[in-house]
Design a protein around this ligand. Structure first.
Ligand SMILES: Cc1cc2nc3c(=O)[nH]c(=O)nc-3n(C[C@H](O)[C@H](O)[C@H](O)COP(=O)(O)OP(=O)(O)OC[C@H]3O[C@@H](n4cnc5c(N)ncnc54)[C@H](O)[C@@H]3O)c2cc1C
Length: 534
């Protein structure tokens, strides 16, 4: 192996430049921080900039953190860690005030009060918006402005982390590569602490609202390094992605249903009224499955906003309006075709109340983390606040510790796993498409023991091939972690639905925590499938 170049990342290396990553970096002042942005265009490569709805925070006179907490607990289907959800509900208003201080222009009424919108499964109006549906884009623009003004924050674009590195058992950096190159030469990046903020896993499914960077790299790296993971079976499918054959699928925000938009099938019937007392505002998993049911019996499904929003569309929901118009649909006067799409991963890398993972030196926040806040199903608009609440907590903990003396040398660090250094190829792209199909059909919105086992068998066949490109190797690791956890959870709950076990089972009313190694052992013991952690 060639000797890697070494980069000194300073006090803290943040992996990922979404809201979780850059908010943490900003809060870490006066520490010297390097942010690894993954793809070359740092500003546009995460889900954060695409968020439409906004952030949930109990700011209204009739609202309270206790009510926000109780809605979060109800949505999470029995698996929410109450202590964590309470922290988020109590600290969310302060994190919104942080954004105001950075200059985020939240939508306000004539008296200057922040306007609070409603979304599914929230009992009060508590969603703060920016320019209608542009919350993510404007928040990220504002924070990037602040990052650029900070000399102590160095952003490295065009490098993708592939493996966490440890010295004396402590995580102290990563190997990273330029994954667009023909030859993946690893660079060793070293820091005092490492924060994982690499986002979600939506790209593992062939219909997703997530950007291409949401490949689950962070989960794969943490799994291979032996970190504790949890609840990886729980994937949230957004009910109303705009169904016009695009990848990623543009989103029709939940706020539209909050405004009174209704779901209809091709015959114009409002099918959600029969399915749930809250009709279109039922929890996401229920709405998504009802839409899937309609589609599987040959019906098309539409979100009809013509009465609820109508002519106000371009002002109120400019992002959705633009997506629709570019596909030849005028949502002011015609219903929008919709379908469920993989949207958010509730599971991830386990952290404590301060974002510390089970590995010394490694912290995690944002979608890659599993703090326990979302349980089996995330309440809408709770993820951006979770990312900021935990980014702030990680920063406070790191700032309160004595500074670590950093060793900028490769001594005591093993070489990069050669299997992570295979460039992506056209054949690799074919395999990626195949994995995404398998995940959607067998590990998606509806699963069975049979579908999950056959998915795992397919992944084994793929894994047996030589020299798998980086994307394929990583995606198989994550796909397998999701599928095995789904196989071991012998019940249905929240974002995990088993058609062969459709009821919730009290025996499973707990979070599932495991390492990658445990998972493969458990599957051998319980289902008789012999596997090896890859
Ligand atoms: C269309 C859409 C709308 C949404 N609307 C809302 C909403 O209204 N409210 C809400 O609360 N939530 C919403 N969500 C969810 C929310 O946006 C995400 O959960 C949140 O933004 C995740 O933030 P993050 O910083 O963890 O990850 P991201 O914003 O996805 O950022 C991840 C970063 O990690 C980088 N990265 C990935 N892999 C690597 C690697 N190997 N090496 C280095 N860098 C890497 C990426 O390039 C990116 O910079 C929405 C999501 C989508 C997709």
């Amino acid at each position: 192996m060639t000797k890697p170049n070494i980069i000194d990342a300073g006090d803290v290396l943040v992996l990922g430049a979404g809201l979780a990553g850059i908010f943490t970096a900003l809060k870490l002042a006066p520490k010297r921080v390097t942010v690894l942005a993954g793809a070359s265009c740092a500003k546009e490569n995460g889900s954060s900039g695409w968020a439409q709805g906004g952030l949930a925070a109990a700011l209204g006179p009739d609202d309270s953190p206790a009510l926000h907490l109780s809605d979060t607990l109800a949505a999470g289907a029995g698996l929410v860690d109450e202590g964590v959800a309470r922290i988020i509900a109590e600290e969310a208003p302060d994190r919104v005030r942080d954004l105001v201080a950075f200059g985020v222009p939240f939508d306000r009424d004539d008296d200057g009060n922040i306007v609070l919108g409603r979304e599914a499964a929230h009992s009060k109006n508590r969603i703060v918006h920016v320019s209608g549906d542009r919350a993510g884009a404007v928040i990220m623009d504002t924070l990037w402005h602040a990052v650029r003004a900070e000399e102590r924050i160095n952003v490295l674009s065009g490098l993708r982390a592939v493996s966490l590195v440890k010295r004396n058992g402590r995580v102290c950096g990563v190997y990273a590569v330029d994954d667009t190159a023909d030859d993946l030469t690893p660079v060793l990046i070293l820091a005092g602490d490492v924060v994982l903020a690499t986002g979600g896993i939506g790209t593992l499914f062939d219909v997703t609202t997530n950007p291409a960077a949401s490949k689950g790299d962070g989960l794969a790296m943490a799994a291979r390094a032996g970190a504790k993971l949890a609840d990886t079976a729980f994937v949230q499918f957004h009910p109303t992605a705009i169904n016009v054959g695009r990848d990623p699928a543009p989103l029709a925000t939940e706020a539209l249903r909050g405004e009174g938009a209704v779901l209809i099938n091709g015959d114009g019937e409002r099918f959600m009224r029969d399915a749930h007392k809250d009709a279109e505002l039922a929890p996401r998993d229920i709405v998504a499955r009802e839409i899937k049911k309609q589609i599987s019996i040959g019906n098309k499904v539409f979100l009809d906003c013509t009465s609820a929003v109508g002519a106000a569309f371009p002002d109120r929901f400019p992002t959705v309006f633009k997506s629709c118009m570019s596909a030849g649909i005028d949502p002011r006067v015609e219903p929008i075709p919709v379908a469920p799409a993989a949207h958010y991963h509730m599971g991830g890398v386990v952290t404590d109340h301060d974002g510390q993972t089970s590995l010394d030196g490694l912290w995690a926040c944002g979608e890659v983390a599993c703090t326990g806040a979302h349980g089996a199903n995330r309440l809408a608009s709770n993820s951006l606040v979770e990312a900021m609440v935990f980014g702030a907590r990680i920063s406070a903990r790191i700032l309160s510790k004595p500074a670590r003396k950093q060793i900028v040398s490769g001594v005591g660090i093993g070489p990069c796993d050669e299997r992570l250094l295979m460039p992506n190829t056209e054949e690799g792209e074919r395999l990626v498409t195949k994995i995404r199909h398998i995940m959607t059909r067998r590990v998606g919105l509806v699963r069975t023991e049979e579908s999950l086992i056959s998915a795992l068998e397919e992944f084994d066949r793929l894994r047996a091939e030589d020299d798998l490109p980086l994307d394929v190797f990583n995606m198989i690791t994550v796909a397998e972690i999701v599928a095995i956890d789904a196989l071991l959870r012998r019940e249905s709950r929240g974002g995990h639905f088993r058609a062969d076990l459709p009821s919730t089972d009290e025996d499973y009313a707990h979070r599932a925590e495991f390492t990658y190694g445990d998972l493969t052992e458990r599957i051998a013991a319980q289902v008789g499938l012999e596997r090896k952690a890859g």
